[in-house]
Ligand binder design. Structure first.
Ligand code: FE
Length: 199
């Protein structure tokens, strides 16, 4: 009798996903073109550029910003962004004294309609545990050194809510248009592991 393989002995995730997909298709449970369409949509059509449009609008339109903080899901729908993992979006606002950062300690919940699919580091067990335990140290290692007086709030996505960070607008951006602002807003700033910088 052979022993059950340990987790590290399993073949690569890609092989396992392919096997799973083949089985689901064979049983008639999913259509390959549906899966391809889904992946294509979240890799090419939906991504951090959506979230960046939301942030840029909030920076230039105080009424939108107010609606966004009060009722994130409804406000982002005004820009046409909705869908799976976007049913309950909560927008958390960075200020001069509070910095927000998002995690899913259980798995990898993420606001797909605004940011697309999560990056690998977001799914990494090290990020998921350390950002709760030692956020300042971890963010420092990721290149974000926050002043001691800035309080860090960590938001765990593990309920229905998907959190989205509204970053601070950098200084010296008064002359930029909404589109130009959107172009400087990064995915990492909207997860809260970075801040938006100019140039
Ligand atoms: Fe999750």
């Amino acid at each position: 009798m052979t022993e059950n393989p340990r987790p590290t002995d399993y073949p690569s995730p890609q092989l396992r996903v392919e096997a799973l997909e083949a089985l689901l298709v064979e049983r008639g449970l999913v259509k390959p073109e549906m899966l391809d369409g889904f992946i294509n949509r979240y890799v090419n059509d939906v991504g951090p550029m959506n979230g960046a449009k939301v942030v840029a609008k909030a920076w230039v339109d105080p009424d939108f910003r107010k609606r966004l903080i009060e009722s994130g899901t409804e406000a982002i729908k005004e820009l046409g962004f909705e869908g799976p993992q976007g049913e309950h979006i909560v927008v958390v606002e960075n200020t001069a004294t509070v910095h927000n950062v998002v995690v899913c300690t259980l798995c990898s919940c993420y606001p797909w309609p605004l940011l697309g699919l999560p990056p690998d580091w977001y799914k990494d067990p090290a990020y998921r545990s350390r950002v709760v335990r030692e956020p300042r140290k971890l963010l420092g290692e990721m290149g974000l050194d926050l002043a001691d007086e800035v309080e860090i709030q960590v938001w765990d996505s593990s309920a229905e809510n998907r959190y989205f960070v509204l970053p601070n607008r950098p200084k010296r951006t008064e002359g930029l248009s909404e589109d130009e602002l959107a172009a400087i807003i990064t995915r990492d700033a909207m997860v809260g592991v970075a801040v938006v910088k100019v140039g």
